[in-house]
Write a protein that binds this ligand. Structure first.
Ligand code: G1P
Length: 292
């Protein structure tokens, strides 16, 4: 069955970014001039996704507004003959996927957020995309998972080698063997293990392709790490009856879910942005001399 639907959980409280996220959606924080969630939606579209459900929390109206039309702004830009900006603003409304929204009343975990997508997904395989991870590769990671699914017809989770000292920030897999290059069978999925108990250094990064049977397990999943319903725990249970694979991502990943990663990503994307790249490079070179 074709993978057509994606779920983007965006209901977290984003305490790592306080105070800026007190009254503002983390997903709307910009990488140079584009909100992080737009990168995620663009990746979905480039991978052939047709329908996206965004699971929102409080204060997330701006996400809906961003993908809606903006009549007053558009009229003004038209009057002022700012055709390029007008086209840019309108291109977001015509982004090429259908957007749906649902609210998560309590921030009780990633698993709880995904379970709200049950009736939207119905009986199809689907993608979960986490907004904290921006991936660059010539084939979008979501498309890589869909390509793997066409061979395995099973749930497939994106993982990446991370430094051992960082494993407790992630869901980690206990890999069995490489079924084919970059694709592992998995013995266990463990959410945020301690460094000494981590079964490997292969961490779950923010893209999952799941079969709809995951909802049966999410319904039964008890609160886990941090007292939250963990998607990793439900995936581990699913893997007991229906094989779940892990696909190793080897491209470049930017974690925009913490302050340092967010700033680094802004600098790297800024150095490629046609409007500011020269000025930014000059500034960084001058700054680095001062810092020496
Ligand atoms: C979530 C998942 C974790 C995964 C991570 C990837 O954790 O629970 O398994 O490795 O995303 O970014 P969070 O970063 O939301 O705490």
């Amino acid at each position: 069955m074709k993978v057509r639907k994606a779920v983007i959980p965006a209901a977290g409280l984003a305490t790592r970014f306080l105070p800026v996220t007190k009254a503002q959606a983390k997903e709307m924080l910009p990488i140079v001039d584009k909100p992080t969630i737009q990168f995620i939606v663009e990746e979905a579209r480039a991978s052939g996704i047709e329908d996206i459900l965004i699971v929102e929390g409080k204060q997330k109206r701006s996400i809906e507004d961003h993908f809606d039309s903006a009549p007053e702004l558009e009229i003004k830009l038209k009057e002022e003959h700012k055709d390029e900006l007008l086209a840019l603003v309108q291109s977001i409304t015509k982004i090429g996927v259908n957007m749906f929204f649902v609210r998560q009343p309590y921030p009780n975990g990633l698993g709880a957020a995904v379970s709200l997508a049950k009736s939207f997904i119905a009986n199809e395989p689907f993608i979960v995309m986490l907004g904290d991870d921006l991936m660059s590769d010539h084939i979008p990671l979501t498309k890589q998972l869909i390509d793997a699914y066409e061979e395995t017809h099973a749930s497939t989770i994106a993982v990446m080698q991370v430094p051992h000292s960082e494993v407790s920030k992630y869901g980690v897999i206990d890999p069995i063997k490489e079924t084919r290059k970059d694709l592992y069978s998995v013995k266990r999925f463990v959410e945020k293990p301690s460094i000494d108990k981590a079964p490997s250094d292969l961490a779950i990064i923010g893209r999952y392709l799941l079969t709809p049977e995951i909802f049966d397990y999410l319904d039964k999943t008890k609160p886990g790490k941090n007292g939250e319903i963990q998607l990793t725990d439900a995936i581990d249970s699913l893997n007991q009856t229906q094989r779940v694979f892990a696909h190793v991502f080897r491209g470049e990943r930017h974690d925009v879910g913490n302050k340092l990663g967010f700033l680094e990503t802004n600098i790297e994307y800024g150095l490629k942005h046609p409007e500011i790249k020269n000025g930014l490079k000059k500034y960084i070179l001058a700054l680095s001399k001062k810092l020496k």
